[in-house]
Write a protein that binds this ligand. Sequence first.
Ligand code: COA
Length: 325
Amino acid sequence: MNHVRIIGTGSKAPDKVLSNHDLEKMVETSDEWITARTGIKERRIAEDGIASSDMGYDASLKALEASGTDPSELDVIIVGTVTPDYMMPSTGCLIQSKLKAKNAYGFDLAAGCSGFLYALHVGYGLIKAGTAKKILVVGTETLSRIMDYEDRSTCILFGDGAGAVVLSESEEPGIMSSCLNADGDDWELLYIPGGGSKIPASKESIENKDHYMKMNGRDVFRIAVKSMEAATMQAVEEAGIKPEDIDLLIPHQANFRILEAVRKRLNLPEDRLFSNLDKYGNTSAASVPLALDEAVRSGRAKKGDILLFTVFGGGFTWGATVVRL
Ligand code: COA
């Protein structure tokens, strides 16, 4: 058994919808502008009291059920998130407790919007090394809690949600390549200043809105396109396939223009790109597993298909993974 496969997927999106028209009443923007510049029509917002572990738990239950896995079989739970419930304990421990996954250890992994693919890569490595057989990999975000709904350059883009997969050792091929990258030089283009050890929570930091996400969208856009294109080509090469072998491209759902640039770089037809960006916006680490679960449950992604995931996020971090489903 020297392969690692995704054997089940699950997702959770909150019911509450925040549409472009709703945002028109909150900031100076328009449905036309948001649709044309991003492809987003609406996003989901978690109800008060619901946090990342709650949505992550719901998504995990579905992934466990889909894969026929009992929580007691899990060896590890890895949660990609930039919006953990708490700084301590980890969301991984909270999900472990809710699932009663008594044989698993759990932890969070912070890699911005690339969190899920980073977590998948770590899970892959742990199974390959023989230290685990079954791993739950979760991406879950409550980004509405770190949005400044007076800042039109960020609040139109992001939403809440969760996705999860069960990774297992397998005799059949699964993950074919996994490439991660990081470059911390430009970290200030996309970051959350407050709430950490540099600018701890204080009356002043709250007045300064330091706990909200800050972004230079134009620069991020440029670097995201270049990075995702490069990672995608690297992952295709390392998997030993050709771009045309990809049945479905599932990129981080950031901006439809970014998704289209990656699709065109791979020279894939429009129907090989999966996007649910119009419904959810950018859900950071939840974006790829949420899209993957929708692709699987709608029949767009079938067993045996070759999928390509590619991500980009704060840090900067980016990467791509080729998977046979
Ligand atoms: N509604 C209306 N107008 C807006 C607006 C909004 N929500 N946000 C910005 N504008 C205005 C700007 O002020 C600017 O006006 P000006 O020309 O008078 O100065 C104009 O629209 C163009 O702004 P610009 O920032 O150049 O637009 P853009 O085409 O780059 O689109 C983003 C902005 C944020 C949608 C785009 O840059 C983007 O998606 N970046 C990547 C963000 C991302 O994916 N981040 C997460 C990575 S994981």
